[in-house]
Design a protein around this ligand. Sequence first.
Ligand code: XIL
Length: 368
Amino acid sequence: MTQREPNRRETLLGLAAVGATACLPGAATADIDSLKARAERKGLLFGCAVTSRELRSEPALREAVLRDCNALVATNEMKWGVIEPARGRRVYAGADWLVDFATEHRLTMRGHTAVWHQNPPLWVPNALREPGGRALLEEHVRAVVGRYRGRIAQWDVVNEAIFHKDRQPGALRNSPFLQAFGEGYIADAFRVAREADPTAKLYYNDFAFESSEVSHEERRRDVLPLLESLRRQNLVDGIGLQAHLQVGDPFDPRRYRRFLSDLADIGLDIMLTEFDVADRRLEADTAARDRKVADYARAYLDVALDESAVKGLLTWGLSDRNTWLNADQWRRKDGVPARPLPYDDAMDRKPLWHAIAGSLDAAPVRKA
Ligand code: XIL
């Protein structure tokens, strides 16, 4: 069955209903004006990255998540470094909590991420080189994906495996995994994940595809053969485009739209998985900054959501208070906190929230 746009009368009635229920406890979850409702009218997912600590300790965040999201992804708690800090002792407390939360509230859960060069536990790089090292990686993938069999709808099986500046065959990143096992490690990880949970959609996830800078153009070119090969072997179902944007980066709608069509032509689902909009190059003035962030996001999202292979949008955090972009490495030179997300520190909606709402409203309805 296909979904359709509500007609004008339904929209008016819906708006009236929001007005009528807005002051009732629990009304937030039924808000037809929420990002969740807007996404669902188009057959899309909308959600964000969270940690169990944030959801437990920030009631306003929790409420906003339940109002605006039909999907969730774990910011860090499913990464290898968190799950197995000491060899052979796996700790799933945070991951389990998030999967239980998602199940209880009927949110689509995304697993992030089984294989990533940046977050193996400290013992891993040496252990991979021991005889039988490959089994360690495969065991990890089997354990984490298998644990949530049937409960995690989409998995980022491999994250950030291409990096042409490392000058390796296939433009692969010179990661500890590539060094230990050669390029076959990627297909093998997907094979193990497929066995561990045949019901999950398996994704390859990566960053820096969005702008029209040469390096992004090169990455768009480099990722296609990898995906084609994995797709031919029926190992991959989708690509996660992180979409960490930065205002000021050149964006060419036509070229990006063609890239999305190329991905769809391979037969892949597409998710925008880590969306946020860095304001590092903008003035400190809050109103001006928020407006430019929103305008930049809207221009990007209108193009991205036009492709019907794009199944959803996840933001990397929901509120500026939880953004990763205030870490030393990324923070603004003037020390002013970044404002890359749809809600501000006080959990008030920003112009970016409205830009996302507008792009969701403008997106074509997905066929079921
Ligand atoms: C980041 C988290 O947001 C931080 O809290 C953590 O310290 C490092 O990882 N690309 C990814 C994400 O795929 O996993 C990263 O998340 C952000 C970049």
